[in-house]
Design a protein around this ligand. Structure first.
Ligand code: CO
Length: 339
């Protein structure tokens, strides 16, 4: 196993009680039920959304897991059910500040190894810009956002304005799929995760490319997409072909979609050597960062195992994916911490 590793895709759920989440004024408001003995559940109103274990909210448990798996640093982001973009804007801003302050409290247990990404109240872009800048001043190393807000894709002018703010203030962005499409046809077999999430992420990336948003956004924007960018890599040649054949596809996008593959990053949560190899070929070795989706069951049980075992990478290349790319992306300057 390589000695240093940064996990850029790991989730937490702060100890938010049912009374805390009442501020969201929603019957489905998310909260955490702690059953004791290390067990609990993410709740959605009265419904049990998912059983969870203490590592999700207890930083001491989390650090013990990191010791076991050899993870040097986790960049932690809230569980997407907490986004709450549909609540009233002034409440959304208070909620984001609450989540961000609770994340700071969790990470204070070991501020070198646990680094928080902030939550942004994207229902109000001015408030979101204020909150992510406040969070940055408090030590948050980036912002974690959903791939759509209130039926709008990332190419929505207000959301592009938010991304512009993040570029201007050097706040890295991590995009996670959530509230997946066509839920009425994905009620079984975790199809929302298996089909909906990779499709949502593909949609988010293509919305930025085909709208020409990457032409207008500063090249310094650091933006990363979860789950290896979903279906993007596998479908890129199809999209390029379509761009050449139909002017309704190329109307707002002056260059082939593959041209923009170096404008964003992806994580390594793809679970197969062939998929990882395709992504390194299409995007470049410097665009991929180790991400496990810890501590959820669809994540990589041993974070970085795919990179460790990959047959086509040498040790220097493994270090890029396990550590160096993330160190640069988030500006952690962690190289010295674990020398
Ligand atoms: Co995730």
């Amino acid at each position: 196993m390589r000695a240093r590793r940064i996990d850029i895709h790991s989730h937490f759920f702060p100890p938010v009680s049912r009374a805390d989440s009442a501020m969201l004024c929603s019957p489905d408001a998310p909260w955490l039920r702690d059953d004791g003995g290390g067990a609990g559940a993410i709740m959605s109103g009265d419904e049990e959304y998912r059983p969870v274990e203490a590592a999700l909210w207890d930083p001491v448990e989390r650090l013990a897991d990191m010791d076991r798996s050899g993870t040097s640093i986790q960049v932690i982001s809230a569980t997407p059910i907490l986004f709450s973009y549909s609540c009233e804007p002034s409440i959304g801003a208070q909620w984001a500040a609450k989540i961000n302050d609770l994340a700071s409290e969790m990470c204070a247990v070991d501020p070198v190894r646990l680094r928080p990404m902030s939550h942004a109240p994207l229902q109000d872009i001015d408030a979101a810009c204020r909150e992510v800048s406040r969070a940055k001043a408090n030590g948050h190393v980036g912002v974690h956002i959903g791939n759509h807000v209130d039926g709008r894709n990332l190419d929505d002018p207000e959301l592009v304005r938010f991304l512009h703010h993040c570029a201007d203030y050097e706040i890295p962005v991590f995009v996670h799929p959530w509230n997946t499409m066509a839920p009425e046809r994905m009620t079984r077999y975790m199809l929302k995760w298996l089909v909906g999430m990779p499709a949502e992420t593909h949609l988010a990336i293509l919305s930025l490319i085909l709208s020409g948003a990457f032409e207008r956004l500063p090249e310094g924007l650091r933006i990363c997409f979860a789950h290896g960018g979903g279906n993007f890599a596998a479908q890129l040649a199809r999209v390029d072909n379509a761009w050449r054949r139909r002017d309704i596809i190329s109307a707002d996008c002056p260059r082939p979609p593959s041209h923009y593959a170096d404008r964003f990053w992806i994580d390594s949560a793809v679970f197969g050597d062939a998929a990882l190899r395709l992504q390194t070929e299409l995007m470049g070795l410097d665009r991929i960062m180790m991400g496990s989706d810890y501590p959820f069951p669809l994540g990589e049980i041993d974070p970085g195992d795919l990179i460790d075992r990959s047959g086509f990478l040498d040790d220097d290349q493994r270090d890029m994916l396990l550590f160096r790319n993330a160190d640069a992306f988030f500006g952690l300057d962690a190289e010295g911490e674990f020398a």
